[in-house]
Write a protein that binds this ligand. Sequence first.
Ligand code: VG1
Ligand code: CO
Length: 543
Amino acid sequence: MASKRVPTSPYPDQKPGTSGLRKKVPVFRQPHYVQNFVQAIIDCIPDHRGATLVIGGDGRFFNKEVAQIALKIAAANGFGRVLVGRDGLLSTPAASCVIRKHKAVGGIVLSASHNPGGPQGDFGIKFNGSNGGPAPESVTTAIYERTKAIGEYRISDAPDLDLGQIGTTVIDGMTVEVIDPVADYAALMRELFDFDALSKLFASGFRMRFDALSAVTGPYAKAILEGALGAAEGTVVNGEPQPDFGGHHPDPNPVHAHALYDLMLGPDAPDFGAASDGDGDRNMIVAPGLFVTPSDSLALLAAHAHRAPGYAGGLAGVARSMPTSRAVDRVAAALGIEAFETPTGWKFFGNLLDAGRITLCGEESAGTGSNHVREKDGLWAVLLWLNILAATGKPAQDLVREHWSTYGRDYYTRHDYEEIDAGAAKRLMDRLREKIGALPGTTIGGLTVKAADDFRYVDPVDGSVTEAQGVRVTFEEDARIVYRLSGTGTAGATLRVYIERYESAPDRLELPVAEVLGPVVAVARELADIEALTGRAEPSVVT
Ligand code: VG1
Ligand code: CO
């Protein structure tokens, strides 16, 4: 066998967004489109000759084909070894775990995460570095620059490999190890959590439902919850990964995971409900009768993490993305640890985790994680919750209520306006940016603006600066509105509006969310003139 050099010309649109390159499947199926991007990634890995690379994805449509292409390009570029999950599968956190454990130079993660799959659905390719985390901006920019100049790629002539069997083969001098996608990850979870206590919890009759939404976490959740911990068979539903996620939109929120949501809010709710997304890095937590916002979940996990063996020594610090509610900041203040505010996207947590400044971090979009890997990790969050439930012996809903009475409650909602006209979205953001200087001190809809700015992040570790990360407006009444455009959508633009308000009076902790946030929502619409500029009177998704 040999490899060849294939002449190619650049595509102009291979700019990675919040989390890698995401496009519709037909875009990825254009001639050489995948090959160009993979070669560009490899061109940006300095010491790749002889090194180890990890390849795996969330199992969506086109995953297997792209895994084969990536393997052959890696072989032709002189990698020493590739670790690939069986059937091309690796959840995003498992890929991060495998990269770290096997000292790989990086990993190619095939996923469009929570976006729908199938022939007309979305696909994505993301590069993670040797720390297991998403490549930082400096690297994604270099990859993009490379895609604009690429003239050829190298690829092996080897036939497709059998990825269905665990084992080792060699192509063009490169070793390919097909690995069990679950094993390394499950071993790591066993180190972090008290599996004996969790087994006892399930043996005592504790019931939960985990909805894998026909995406990648099914095999992980079954092996760990039902296999290792003895949860009843059937605890994991929609546990077989499907290329089109069984028609589901694999986004764990009350809209797309409504079956779980309805069960947990109904009369037959088990003790605990959770769901994960396409690639396994997100989590939704629902207690009986009570949806836990991701921002509250992060805060509660920070307050109780020391109850799990992996965090018994306490937390070095915490971080949250800017639009995530300030609930975790209150916990950090009480613990006397640092709290950081980063731009949206997990790549911004990497430096803080690597430098040991933080132990836990999270995002309002249902992402929570820790220093155990360099990605957010859905099942990890579920296991930490379970460990806390086992250690305290308290029901999940009681823990949340206790949390509110200790720290107060950050009422929270996000309104997404999906697939709006890209020009209109840009105009809306431009107008807001022009306006913000004059806002402080003005009153609108009964709320007085305290401060307004366009979030700019200076990385505390390496000093790198990231500008224009979203307009945030805070009010004297302890409310906040944030506006930003999504960087993961594949059609038009998506405007995200994040709305929150803090209440600490004991009689104001259990009010209907709409009642507390209604006035702030009205101000959010008025301030940005959303309907006039986008033609949308209502958001398409409310979380
Ligand atoms: C969204 C979320 C962000 C998350 C990103 C990737 O980005 O807001 O918090 O990190 O998705 O998550 P955006 O730019 O569309 O708002 V995943 O589970 O898609 O890897
Ligand atoms: Co995801």
